[in-house]
Ligand binder design. Sequence first.
Ligand code: SF4
Length: 369
Amino acid sequence: MTLAATIEIRGWCPGALRPMASGDGLIARVKPWCSALTLDQASGLADIAGRLGNGHMDITRRANLQIRGLRELRLTELHRALGRLDLLDPDAETEAARNVMVGPLAGAEGRALASALTGALTADRRLAGRLPAKFGWLVDAAGPLSIVGERADAALCLLPAGVALRVDGQWRGIARRDEAVSVALAMVQAHLEGREFPAPARMDIVPTPGRRRLGAVAAEAFGVAAPFGRLEASQLHGLVALAAKAGASALRLSPWRAVYVDAVIEGAGELGLIEDDEHPLLRVDACPGKPACSSASVDTRRDAQRLLAMGFDGSVHISGCAKGCARSAAADVVLVGNNGRYGVIRNGTTRDLPQRTIDPDDLLAALHG
Ligand code: SF4
């Protein structure tokens, strides 16, 4: 398939090997191994984003990093640069199958489990071919920053008694650590084929999900969020410099559009990054909108800032269209762009019917009635 043909396809996620066209050029999604980047890799990605893209990157809800504003003519250069950073898969199928998200505070055992799962997924082409497109996995342990509550088609959670397995939203039991990957793969396969699968050992306690926390969350972990998940190349360069100064070795991405450094850093706020859990911007989700996304007719992020300036203190989702890329959970106020105007939904999602329509110059009306 030619590149021109692949970039027209929808229904899959853009990879580095299958970029997707958007309003500001091509988007290439880079998948860090086990959701972590060495400082050299992070610095290299910032270079690439500034040199080959438009300098904008997005932290995705699957803990990946998207480089925006790329041009088709320079994709070979992009692939060479990613290859030098050990961030390029051998082919697009392997890249698509390697869809494993790992908790930002996962320890060595959790990362080894995630590596084993990733290895199994990429080694067996027949298995990868049987999984639905976008099939997502997550691996973590329990704990206050655990991501086990996040969306994933299948989850593996390290517990003292073994590895708890969740498929299609249901915890199914606990497997032995040395068998967890093969049991999880067999369970997923059986589930997709509608077959019964002998349940592993019963679990008495369901893993408790954690939540995003920022700042110094542990002796060797510091979390920062990027406003709307948008990370500029200059910010990533700055973050790497702060991390190196603090003696860190890695940046770990999370589904909360936040990055965790494995050392306590100082000065991230001066880079325009958010260190405070109560920061008002964290209540607002807004997709890139116009002009970055060709499906948008409204400037979502400008309007999100305007809405916040009006003093609204609830949760807000501003979406350029009904697809709702930035958030799937309900919000107090949801604005959905359509033909240059917004449909307003209270206490719902972009999938609900708008109760009224407003002009972007009349955002105050969205907060009343
Ligand atoms: S929600 Fe619509 S406008 Fe916003 S990024 Fe997704 S496709 Fe584009």
